[in-house]
Design a protein around this ligand. Structure first.
Ligand SMILES: [Zn+2]
Length: 277
């Protein structure tokens, strides 16, 4: 989709079904097989390319800079190695040996060095906002994906943690993850994405309004700086906003869940009455 001048753009770098179809030899390799989405040894939901593939890297750099220039900024996803054990293609093995580094250290250096190049394109050249997205694993992101939060922090304006789920019935876990990331990211703002309605979803199998409001309040009190709500269409967000406004009793009860951040979030929700009828 073309970038929109009044919106931020979301780009997935190494999770790329089209590039994988066109260049099957670019797929990430591991002792448990390649990162095709059909490989159930891993939680890959799309085809994941080798994170050192030079042509893909170069093409993405130019694409990201172009998108940054034509929109408000770039929010990245899929910046990392596919999973633990990836990638053992001949190029990666060669690069690792030449680096003289340990295996995990080499992987994370590859990701950090590439993110430095992307950051330079977006922040320094295009002069736009840059946000790095990571998966919701505060402890083993480094071992699984080569993601080193401390090394990436100076390269990004903010972090985004994608916490998509088709229900948020147990908010304790989401609140805990929020506290974990807030502690790890320190001064870098923490954004979290929540799932409202995905492409082709059955309306009976998406999170309830009650769950979304409750988990949002509990993330607010745990220190999240911004929440993003995913939907396929704008009308689904409007439906969620209307439903949230209708939950007067629940919103009153949630007022007792915490101090200023909770009140600010609930005031924000109240403000939706000005944009949806
Ligand atoms: Zn590789």
């Amino acid at each position: 989709m073309p970038p929109q001048p009044d919106m931020y753009s979301n780009i997935a770098i190494f999770g790329d079904n089209v590039a994988a179809r066109n260049h099957p030899d670019w797929i990430s390799q591991s002792p448990l097989g390649p990162a095709w989405r059909t490989n159930n040894n891993f939680n890959v939901r799309w085809e994941v390319l080798c994170a050192t593939q030079p042509e893909h890297r170069e093409e993405q750099l130019d694409y990201i800079e172009d998108v940054a220039r034509n929109s408000q900024g770039v929010w990245l996803n899929s910046i990392h190695f596919a999973e633990h054990g990836h990638c053992i293609c001949p190029r990666c093995k060669d690069l690792w040996k030449k680096s003289g580094l340990g295996w995990l250290e080499w992987r994370s250096k590859e990701i950090t060095d590439y993110m430095a190049q992307v950051s330079e394109r977006v922040r320094d050249r295009a002069k736009k906002k840059f946000v790095i997205g990571v998966l919701p694993d505060p402890v083993t992101n480094y071992d699984r994906f080569g993601v080193d939060f401390d090394a990436l922090a100076p390269l990004t304006d903010e972090f985004l943690v994608v916490m998509f789920s088709k229900n948020y019935a147990t908010p304790w876990y989401w609140e805990t993850l929020t506290r974990n990331f807030k502690k790890l990211f320190r001064e870098v703002p923490l954004n979290i994405s929540l799932y409202v309605f995905g492409p082709g979803d059955d309306p009976r199998e998406v999170p309830t309004t009650n769950e979304l409001l409750t988990v949002s309040v509990r993330m607010a009190r745990a220190g999240v700086d911004n929440l993003l709500y995913l939907s396929e269409k704008a009308s689904q967000i409007a439906d969620f906003q209307k439903a949230a406004l209708a939950q007067v009793e629940l919103r009153d009860r949630l007022r007792s869940y915490g101090g200023k951040p909770v009140q600010e979030y609930l005031d924000f929700v109240q403000g939706w009455d000005k944009i949806v009828q």
